[in-house]
Design a protein around this ligand. Structure first.
Ligand SMILES: Nc1nc2c(ncn2[C@@H]2O[C@H](COP(=O)(O)OP(=O)(O)OP(=O)(O)O)[C@@H](O)[C@H]2O)c(=O)[nH]1
Ligand SMILES: [Mg+2]
Length: 214
């Protein structure tokens, strides 16, 4: 009984994800699903990216959190359109929630839609939202064992950003080990070392983004 219910929920999600995907393709919008642990820097990364590229790209953001609209407020402060989804306890966004949010940020008019998923390295990776690419962050203070402890999320990434590189001198973090582990789990992902706080390394991420739109 429990198994069939899970299956039905996933199928409904996948059906709606296909609709979202068609919407993005029809309107020429690049949709990116951004996944990471709480506090690894998703909102900071998106805010800095918007400030750097807002004269070049029309960007909208769908924010997912269990509670509060603080992240959407931070994004709006950059001048970009943002809508907040409060999941009220759910540990991931669903394709239906994303579908309902699209009109609110005039998604059809945008070049890029970022979806900041609910912070964790487990549930979000199991739910297709209709995105074109997945972006996974790992921040230095989380520890260098995260790719091997949460391989499913890292395996599904198109881009992996190792964030908070400005802290690497102060925290035990074996960068070579992380890069080797990531390569074993996901040989195809692009990996960038960045600091969303200082801007270090961010140009390669901006270049990837612009190349992926083109
Ligand atoms: N030193 C340093 N701090 C950073 C960096 N990026 C983000 N932070 C800080 O990390 C904290 C969390 O950043 P957020 O951007 O809110 O993280 P998040 O992933 O959006 O968090 P949730 O939405 O709660 O999952 C904030 O205090 C940021 O200022 C970075 O590159 N270096
Ligand atoms: Mg956030």
């Amino acid at each position: 009984m429990k198994v069939s219910l899970n299956k039905r929920i996933l199928n409904r999600n996948d059906e709606c994800a296909q609709k979202n995907k068609a919407f993005f393709e029809n309107h020429g919008v690049l949709c990116l699903n951004v996944i990471s642990s709480p506090g690894s820097g998703k909102t900071t990364l998106l805010s800095r990216t918007i400030l750097a590229l807002k004269n070049k790209l029309k960007i909208g953001v769908i924010e997912g959190d269990i509670k509060t609209d603080t992240d959407a407020a931070k994004i709006r402060a950059t001048g970009a359109a943002a809508v907040q989804i409060e999941t009220q306890g759910a540990c991931h966004l669903s394709a239906v929630q994303v579908h309902d949010a699209l009109k609110q940020i005039e998604a059809a008019e945008k070049d890029v839609i970022f979806i900041e998923n609910v912070g964790n390295l487990v549930c979000p990776s199991a739910f297709d939202l209709g995105e074109k690419k997945r972006v996974v962050l790992l921040s230095v203070p989380e520890g260098d064992d995260k790719p091997i402890k949460y391989p499913g999320t890292f395996a599904g990434a198109d881009v992996i950003l190792i964030n908070k590189m400005d802290l690497i001198a102060y925290i035990p973090f074996d960068l070579d080990r992380v890069l080797t582990d990531i390569r074993k789990i996901n040989p195809h992902a692009r990996v960038f070392q960045v600091s969303a706080a200082t801007g270090e390394g961010m140009q390669q991420w901006y270049d990837w983004l612009c190349d992926t739109i083109a």
